[in-house]
Design a binder for this molecule. Structure first.
Ligand code: BES
Ligand code: MN
Ligand code: ZN
Length: 502
């Protein structure tokens, strides 16, 4: 893991492999150097901005320019990263622009030992943004490669901060805790499904629980059968590797609020008997991203010592078409007794989540938030960069959207239209696992709502779009698993702990 440190030195005076400065766009003319770059610019005789313009820099987001440093700068290389539009006169820099720029620089500096970051981050919240962006941008998944290429950037030293100031120290600790946990979620998502079985995933949680003092319970296939978890068992029974339900809890002795996070943990989604066609199954190891996010968020809440109780529920199963698999036409009896006619075995996420939502509701948390790579329909609706938020409470949905926005996680509120509810009526069972195709993401949300305990505030995040990046890396987002929703969940836990929510 890349180290994150603070330094009081001027950027030009710090011994490092590179010094990173920011540039903003200008209304006309060349890019504008952002605050923090002063000592570096002085070594250029005040001509760094003009030099960058000559090199073609504009200050656009995602832009990166490398140039050799002149005498007077200890680092041999200057890296200028684009920050996009400059902030309005009375506003500070956008934290998300800083995260992205810091991540872009960290990716470009793979192989280097140390970089001095001289971005416009002079207050704790912005140092935290730079830190998170850099640590997330430096991430690379190489566990299965003999030739892993360049090592991630070794150390990010944020200059201009006050290392002995408590608020700055806390900002670094928060950045490290959250980034390490987002990267934990990414590792789990990227791990191939022949290795990350439900059992192996549960073992990972048990190991972390021991390390961070969490309480963990794992229901194996025997316990699930005995307990009547028909949804999780029904999805897992076509696989040679049996399902698990994991409860992992962080508690604070002074907490007066409790949150339940529920994650879809399909370690591989083949579609089951309703098999997915080629072209739709290559990335389906990502179908446990919700469970990974929940697990990571519980650990992060513990590391941060938040004054709130956070219980994670991981519904883990592999959806395969083996001889024992659930057939389209089968009726499952879910935990709690509701019956579901399975019309399409590829609509499996809602089945495992249903059991977990009923079980989580039994503990009467103040709110439940579930996270799932649930529908292709949500990807068609919102594109692949943002998750949809549905809820049984408008104010809570708005609050979740606000928390996501503040963390730089793109998302959008979506409705739960009552008119779609009857489309998953079943002639045989209480309900069916599929309704109309139009608005399929909302139908899935309505299905989940049926399993949330009476009177419990609930939100559903459909992260099918952003969970797995099939394109190239950008900003702090790598190719592959992204760790989508971890930061939003942690923000919800923090806001609840601070009495701002619920
Ligand atoms: N895991 C998929 C959804 C998905 C699609 C995740 C693309 C990530 C990227 C889910 O289990 C699924 O197959 N959903 C079906 C539901 C349908 C059969 C009602 C879908 O969206 O097609
Ligand atoms: Mn599916
Ligand atoms: Zn799925």
């Amino acid at each position: 893991m890349t180290a994150l440190t603070l330094s009081t030195s001027a950027a030009a005076a710090l011994r490092a492999d590179a010094v990173v400065v920011g540039v903003s766009k200008a209304a006309k003319g060349g890019p504008v150097l952002a605050p923090g770059a002063e000592s570096v610019d002085a070594a250029f005789g005040g001509k760094l901005g003009a030099t960058l313009e000559t090199l073609g820099a504009t200050g656009a987001e995602g832009e990166l320019t490398k140039l050799p440093a002149p005498d007077g700068v200890k680092a041999p290389v200057v890296v200028a990263v684009g920050l996009g539009e400059p902030p309005a006169a009375d506003e500070g820099f956008d934290p998300e622009a800083l995260r992205k720029a810091a991540g872009t620089a960290a990716r470009a500096l793979a192989g280097a030992k140390k970089a001095a970051y001289a971005l416009p981050a002079d207050e704790p919240a912005l140092v935290e943004a730079v830190g998170i962006g850099a640590l997330l941008g430096a991430y690379k998944f190489t566990a299965y490669q003999a030739d892993a290429g360049k090592a991630p950037l070794g150390e990010v030293a944020v200059v201009g901060a006050k290392p002995r100031d408590k608020a700055f120290k806390a900002a670094v600790e928060r950045a490290v805790a959250v980034a390490v946990e987002v990267n934990r979620a990414r590792d789990l998502v990227n791990t191939p499904p022949n290795d990350l079985t439900p059992k192996a995933f549960a073992a990972e949680v048990q190991a972390a629980a021991k390390e961070f003092g969490l309480k963990v319970e794992v229901l194996d296939e025997k316990a699930l059968l005995k307990g009547g978890y028909g949804g999780i068992m029904g999805v897992g029974q076509g696989s040679a590797t049996p399902p698990r339900l994991v409860r992992v809890a962080y508690t604070h002795p002074k907490a007066n609020r409790s949150l339940a996070f529920v994650g879809k943990g399909i370690t591989y989604d083949s579609g089951g008997i309703s098999l997915k066609p080629p072209g739709h199954n290559e990335t389906m190891k990502c179908d446990m991203s919700g469970a990974a996010a929940v697990f990571a968020a519980v650990v992060a809440s513990a590391k941060l010592g938040l004054q709130v109780n956070v219980t994670g529920w991981l519904a883990l199963a592999e959806n395969m078409p083996g001889g024992g698999a659930t057939r389209p036409g089968d009726v499952l009896r879910m935990y709690g007794g509701k019956t579901v006619e399975v019309l399409n075995t590829d609509a499996e996420g809602r089945l495992v989540l249903a059991d977990a939502l009923v079980r989580a509701s039994e503990e009467s948390p103040d709110a439940i938030v579930d996270v799932a790579t649930l529908t292709g329909a949500m990807v068609l609706a919102l594109g692949d960069g943002r998750f949809g938020i549905m809820a049984n409470d408008d104010a809570f949905r708005t609050a979740v959207h606000g928390a996501a926005l503040a963390e730089g996680e793109d998302s959008w509120p979506m409705p739960l239209p009552q008119a779609l509810r009857k489309t998953f009526d079943s002639p045989t069972a209480d309900i069916a696992n599929m309704g109309v195709r139009q608005g399929g993401g909302l139908v899935a949300g309505l299905f989940l709502r049926e399993f949330v305990g009476e009177g419990i505030t609930w939100a559903h995040l459909d992260i099918a779009g952003p969970a797995f990046n099939e394109g190239g890396p950008s900003g702090y987002t790598p190719k592959g698993g992204t760790g989508s929703a971890v930061r939003t969940l942690v923000a919800l836990a923090r806001r609840t702990a601070e009495g701002e929510l619920l």
